[in-house]
Design a protein. Structure first.
Length: 93
């Protein structure tokens, strides 16, 4: 009984973890969804994040967290929108 359970758990771990790495190139659905939906949302997030960064800049300077604030509000949305390969959704989230 214990060997059967151990074998089933091992097989489950092997098959579920290898499926993530099996796909090498993005599918057409991911590319279209990225181009039509996620990139425009990324631009909106970048604009809104930049506005919030400008508003929060005095507080960030006082608390000496300007670099962290800029990274989260401006740099991360920029990387997600402009430097991530088209269709690779998992790498930007």
């Amino acid at each position: 009984m214990k060997k059967t359970v151990a074998l089933l758990l091992a097989l489950m771990i092997i098959f579920t973890s290898s499926a993530v790495f099996a796909r090498e190139k993005p599918e057409a659905v991911n590319i279209i969804g990225d181009m039509v939906l996620l990139r425009p949302l990324g631009v909106c997030t970048l604009v809104i994040g930049t506005a919030f960064f400008i508003v929060s800049l005095p507080i960030a300077v006082i608390s000496q967290s300007t670099k962290q604030t800029a990274e989260v509000l401006v740099a991360d949305p920029f990387k997600f929108t402009f430097t991530r390969p088209l269709g690779e959704i998992e790498s930007g989230l």
